[in-house]
Design a protein around this ligand. Structure first.
Ligand code: PDD
Length: 280
């Protein structure tokens, strides 16, 4: 695989980042995951806009323009013959001479940009066919989840808790209401209405979420953006998650409680179809 590091395209085993990189020492970095379908990027502009916002919130400089970033994405997709999969991008505050909590002077310490691709079947996923099961866990992450930082230890632990419980993923709960999945946005459906948490600092503003809600409204589906409790979720007709890597994926059980008849619901299945059709 050919990867990108700070201006160079290299075989993955030749790519290097300093041990002093602040991404490594402080998780001082942001990232994006953009999906690729039929060799084409889905919603690059949305990901670029969110990246600029994440960088701005953390006073971090972009090492290249968004147009250059698009060109690198396209180069990597081509160089690695990615038909279906994703492009991962990470920008960190670079490698200062010493470990120091204070941000280094950006003029002296350039940020680090790394990018790589992953080929993966996104359309024919087992999870989409059978749906996934989730458990609920406490959301103990920091308060700026709207910034897409590389601090992913707790989401990783959440996946492990799910795995230990014999299920696929975890939904995080704060003050009794569901925030989001470990790496996706969460939705329930009740009486035909799609309910998902409103945007704020408590969740990541999913690019797939924005696209799916727009498509749902255009298809005359009712959407309500508000907090919902885990009890309300367990009593819902159906549920689903969205992300760049899973598109729309049905959720069929929460904490061992089956939703509806325990199979993917019609709204989730229809939205997945619409999303894939319109993204192609
Ligand atoms: N995760 N919420 C969280 C916490 C996420 O990590 C993600 C994405 C989303 C969905 O955002 P989007 O629709 O823009 O992908 C919501 C990516 C895919 C990841 O970490 O791999």
């Amino acid at each position: 695989r050919i990867v990108y590091v700070n201006g160079e395209y290299l075989p993955e085993d030749q790519a290097r980042v300093s041990i002093f990189d602040r991404g490594f020492l402080f998780a001082d970095g942001v990232y994006e995951v953009t999906s690729v379908l039929d060799g084409k990027l889905i919603d690059f502009q949305g990901h670029a806009a969110r990246l600029e916002r994440s960088l701005g919130e953390l006073d971090m400089a972009a090492p290249v323009t968004m147009d250059e970033l698009l060109a690198i994405h396209r180069d990597l997709v081509k160089l690695n013959n990615v038909e279906e999969g994703m492009v991962y991008l990470q920008i960190t505050r670079g490698a200062a001479a010493d470990r120091d909590f204070v941000f280094p002077d950006p003029a002296a310490t350039p940020s680090t940009l790394v990018m790589f691709t992953q080929s993966k079947g996104l359309i024919d996923s087992a999870a989409a066919k059978t749906g996934i099961k989730v458990i609920s866990i406490d959301d103990i992450r920091w308060g700026r989840r709207d910034i897409k930082t590389v601090q992913l230890l707790y989401p990783s632990m959440g996946k492990m808790m799910a795995k230990k419980a014999g299920v696929d993923d975890a939904w995080m709960v704060e003050d009794g209401v569901v925030t989001e999945g470990t790496s996706n946005n969460a939705y329930i459906v009740k009486g035909g209405k799609i309910i998902t948490r409103h945007l704020g600092t408590e969740i990541l503003h999913g690019i797939t979420r924005a696209a799916v809600l727009k498509m749902a409204r255009e298809s005359q589906m009712e959407v309500e953006e508000r907090p919902f409790t885990i009890e309300e979720a367990k009593a819902a007709d159906e549920a689903f998650v969205t992300s760049a890597s899973t598109f729309v994926t049905p959720v069929v059980a929460i904490d061992g409680v089956a939703l509806g008849d325990g199979t993917p619901g019609p709204v989730a299945r229809r939205l997945r179809e619409i999303y894939i059709d319109e993204s192609r």
